[in-house]
Ligand binder design. Structure first.
Ligand SMILES: Nc1ncnc2c1ncn2[C@@H]1O[C@H](COP(=O)(O)OP(=O)(O)OP(=O)(O)O)[C@@H](O)[C@H]1O
Ligand SMILES: [Mg+2]
Length: 418
């Protein structure tokens, strides 16, 4: 008989591969789990979508959510479950709903991160509404697009202020480009952001709790080749800066799982896209890095659920602002922000939990990522995305990359020390 049942829910959309890998390893790694002399019985299931009574109890201790950012009933159920039933969910849904990409730029500028200069433009067109014309007639100032373009300085990127999946992102090289892109932007409110070009490195730093994976990223490659497979391509100081920036962003906004895109130019890391509520988790893009993600996800979710880590329902920004206002060089401030993040993520307690309670994960994962179950999960995802005549070839490609991970990293445990 278990002393306590721990329930984890997966709130999923079109996800196929990672839930299969997560569930298979979850079942194995939580078998016979003991914590503080008590037996914990772990269960994991997929959350279904249905009518609900606001007062009905929620059985889950923790939910891993992939829907909040676009599917409102799931978001509202999650918000109810947090405020009424003390659920832990990643990520904070209020923060996701209100802190757009644009706000994330502003906040990180305030903390001193080298965000490229960024402007915002009023929308080119509007949906009709009652007070629109009166408001625009009275207050919308005519502006010269040419002047704004010159102030930002070419080249720059025009992108929707709320971001999302590369939609509506245009590289602007001159005034003609700017006019064309603005005319095409319709009702979208756009940011113009100074280009960091040419850059020396483009890195996606994926954070799951305090665990960080720095991936060399090539946005010009086909989707299946964007995540490069090199490891150890950064100096220890570069790694540390990227980690501290991502920790700062994620702790500031209450995001457990988020990725930060940063470009290095002339020795400076410029974050350019870091409000990514639902980071890519598919084997078809992550391939070599997929096992890391599954393991990191298992560690963080099991830790939070087993130890009943309370979810931060509100965002307490004051400690970050207090550091920002101190008279310190930026690198030291960043270090101080990261310290706040480590406190919030309880990094030391988490590290200890991983060592004492999840030490067997490495070996289980090494076996699992060489198994027929995993190969079939890869095939299912490839089948959903690729034309039939490419299924065999791409299943084999992703499978082989995962086998390379097993040889290079899986056999000796992950390099990130958890
Ligand atoms: N300031 C910049 N300097 C250089 N390149 C940029 C800049 N902003 C955007 N880009 C390029 O445009 C791409 C898309 O921009 P961004 O990542 O901000 O939008 P997104 O819609 O969130 O894209 P995704 O969902 O693919 O991450 C980036 O991956 C990068 O290649
Ligand atoms: Mg991006």
């Amino acid at each position: 008989m278990a002393d306590r049942t721990v329930n984890i829910g997966l709130s999923l959309g079109a996800d196929i591969c990672w839930p299969i890998a997560y569930e298979s390893l979850f079942e194995q790694v939580t078998r016979g789990f003991e914590l503080d002399g008590r037996r914990l019985d772990f269960r994991c299931e997929r959350v279904t979508i249905e009518p609900f009574d606001l007062r009905q109890p929620v059985k889950y201790d923790l939910v891993i959510d992939r829907l909040t950012h676009w599917y409102s009933i799931s978001r509202e159920w999650i918000k109810k479950a947090i405020v009424l039933n003390d659920l832990y969910v990643y990520n904070n849904p209020w923060s996701l709903q209100s802190n757009e990409k644009h706000t994330s730029y502003c906040a990180m500028m305030r903390l001193g991160l080298p965000i490229p200069d960024t402007w915002m433009l009023p929308a080119k067109a509007y949906e009709p509404s009652d007070d629109l014309q009166a408001t625009l007639n009275k207050y919308a100032r005519l502006f010269s697009l040419e002047e704004v373009g010159d102030r930002v300085g070419y080249p720059f990127f025009m992108k929707p202020y709320h971001g999302g999946g590369w939609r509506g992102v245009t590289r602007i090289g001159d005034l003609a480009d700017l006019r064309r892109a603005y005319d095409a932007s319709g009702t979208d409110v756009m940011n113009l952001q100074k280009a960091v070009l040419p850059y020396d490195w483009f890195v996606r730093c994926v954070g799951l709790g305090p665990q960080m994976r720095k991936v060399n990223y090539d946005p010009s490659a086909p989707l299946h080749d964007r995540y490069r497979m090199d490891i150890d391509f950064l100096s220890p100081e570069d790694r540390s800066i990227l980690e501290d920036m991502t920790l700062t962003i994620n702790a500031f906004f209450g995001w457990d799982f988020n990725s930060c895109e940063a470009l290095a130019k002339d020795g400076v890391w410029h974050p350019i896209d870091f409000a990514n509520a639902c980071p890519d988790s598919q084997v078809t893009s992550l391939h070599y890095h997929f096992p890391w993600l599954i393991k990191a996800n298992l560690r963080w979710s099991i830790f939070c659920a087993a130890t009943a880590k309370p979810m931060r329902k509100t965002m307490d920004w004051a400690p970050f602002y207090a550091v920002a206002d101190r008279d310190l060089p930026f690198r030291e401030k960043l270090h101080e922000y990261a310290k706040i993040a480590h406190e919030r993520f309880e990094t030391e307690r988490f590290r200890d939990f991983c060592r004492t309670k999840l030490g067997h994960l490495d070996e289980l994962a090494y076996e699992f990522f060489g198994s027929a179950t995993l190969r079939d999960a890869v095939r299912q995802k490839v089948t959903a995305l690729f034309p039939e005549h490419e299924v065999e070839e791409f299943t084999e490609l992703f499978w082989q990359r995962i086998q390379t991970w097993r040889e290079q990293e899986g056999a000796r445990g992950d390099a990130d020390g958890f």
